[in-house]
Design a protein around this ligand. Structure first.
Ligand code: ADP
Ligand code: DP6
Ligand code: CO
Length: 323
C-alpha cells in the first residue's frame, strides 16, 4: 500500500514571475518564500498496470484529462527515473482553495512529487524532490522545505532547485484576507507568460530583483519582520505593476483587494508591523508578527468577516503521513 504524502503551501516574499525555459520550468529569477502551516495538500499515488491512463481524483472528483498537464509532467519524470511504464492513480485532497491565488499548485505538485517518487520506489534527496516538483509547478520546488526557502534559478534541469534558508522558528507569520476563493480567470502560468512576452515593464522588474533578494536575506538573518515586510510589499507591487503593462493588460486585483491593502496601511498607522503581499489572485496576505496577530485580527474584523481571515504560521517541509 502506498502512503499519503503531505506538502504545505508557500507564499513568495520575492516573487517568481516568468520562465527562461517553459518546458523545464527554469525561472527568470531566484525567488524566496515562507512555507505555511494553514494550507496543505495530501496526495497518494498508485501505479497500476490495469489502468488505461493516468487518473487524478482531486477532492473526490475525477478530473478531466485536459486538467492533467502538470500532473503528467511529474508522473512521466518519475516513470523515466524508475524505469516503469504503468499508468498512475493520483488521489489528492487540497486543504487550500484550488487555483485561487493561494498557492495550490505549490502544495499540490510538491505532494505529488513526494507521493509519486515514493510509490515508484525511488529514494530521492530533498534537492532531487525539489527539481521533480519544479517540473510540475515552479513554486512547488520551494514547498519541499519548511520555513524560508530560496529557489535558485540555475540554468538547466540539474541546477534549478530550491534550498532551505531559515527555519522561521521566530516571531513571524502571515494573516490571509480571503476576498475571493473562486478559480481565477488567468492562471499563473498564462499570466506570467503573457507578461514576459509583452510587458514593457518586465525588464525593469528583473533589474531590481538581485537587490531585493539580497536585502530580504539580510532581513531574515536579522529576524527583522519590519524589513521583511517592507521588502516583500514593494516586491509584490512591482510584480503586479508588470501585468498592467502587458498586452492585453490585466490585473489580479479587485476592489476588495484594494480595500484589504488600505486596511494594511491603516494597521501600520496604528503601530502594527503589517505589510501585504499578493500572488496571482485577488487575495491579500499580511506579513506580520505572530505576537501581534490577535490585535491585527481584531482591527480587521471591523472591515471583514471572521471567515475571511485565516492565521498562518511557518509550516513544515514535505513529509509522509503514517497511518
Ligand atoms: P494557485 O494560485 O492555486 O497555485 P495555479 O494557476 O498556479 O493556481 O495552479 C492551479 C492548478 O494547479 C490547478 O488548476 C491544477 O491544475 C493544479 N493543482 C492544484 N492542486 C493540485 C493537486 N492537489 N494535485 C494536482 N494538481 C493540482
Ligand atoms: C505569483 O508556480 O503557480 O505565486 O510554474 O507556471 O506552475 P507555474 O506557476 P506557479 O507561479 C507562482 C507565481 C506567484 C509567485 C511565486 O509563488 O513565486
Ligand atoms: Co500556482
Amino acid at each position: 500500500m502506498t502512503k499519503w504524502v503531505r506538502a504545505h503551501t508557500n507564499i513568495a516574499l520575492i516573487k517568481y514571475w516568468g520562465k527562461e525555459n517553459e518546458e523545464l520550468i527554469i525561472p527568470k529569477n531566484n525567488s524566496l518564500s515562507l512555507t505555511l502551516d494553514a494550507f496543505y495538500t495530501d496526495t497518494r499515488v498508485t501505479f497500476d498496470q490495469s489502468l488505461v491512463e493516468d487518473e487524478l481524483i482531486l477532492d473526490g472528483e475525477k478530473q478531466p484529462h485536459s486538467a492533467l498537464g502538470k500532473v503528467q509532467t511529474v508522473l512521466n519524470s518519475v516513470r523515466e527515473q524508475a524505469g516503469i511504464t504503468s499508468p498512475a492513480l493520483v488521489e489528492s485532497i487540497n486543504h487550500v482553495p484550488t487555483a485561487a491565488g493561494l498557492a495550490s499548485s505549490a502544495s499540490g505538485l510538491a505532494a505529488l512529487a513526494g507521493a509519486a517518487s515514493q510509490a515508484a520506489g525511488l529514494k530521492l534527496s530533498q534537492e532531487e524532490l525539489s527539481k521533480l516538483a519544479r517540473r510540475g509547478s515552479g513554486s512547488a520546488s520551494r514547498s519541499i522545505y519548511g520555513g524560508f526557502a530560496e529557489w535558485i534559478k540555475g540554468t538547466d534541469d540539474a541546477t534549478s532547485f530550491a534550498v532551505p534558508v531559515d527555519d522561521a522558528n521566530w516571531d513571524i507569520g502571515m494573516l490571509f484576507i480571503i476576498v475571493n476563493d473562486a478559480v481565477k480567470e488567468v492562471s499563473s502560468r498564462d499570466g506570467m507568460k503573457r507578461t514576459v512576452e509583452t510587458s514593457a515593464f518586465y525588464e525593469g522588474w528583473l533589474k531590481t530583483l538581485d537587490a531585493d533578494l539580497k536585502a530580504m536575506k539580510q532581513a531574515i538573518s536579522e529576524k527583522n519582520v519590519e524589513s521583511v515586510g517592507q521588502i516583500a510589499e514593494r516586491n509584490a507591487l512591482k510584480m503586479h505593476a508588470t501585468t498592467l503593462a502587458a498586452n492585453p493588460p490585466f490585473t489580479y486585483w479587485t476592489a476588495e483587494s484594494m480595500k484589504a491593502m488600505d486596511a494594511v496601511r491603516a494597521l501600520r498607522k496604528k503601530g502594527f508591523t503589517a505589510y501585504f503581499t499578493m500572488d496571482a489572485g485577488p487575495n491579500v496576505k499580511i506579513v506580520c508578527k505572530q505576537s501581534e496577530m490577535t490585535g491585527i485580527k481584531d482591527f480587521l474584523l471591523t472591515h471583514f468577516e471572521a471567515d475571511q481571515l485565516i492565521e498562518a504560521r511557518p509550516g513544515p517541509g514535505i513529509h509522509t503521513l503514517e497511518q
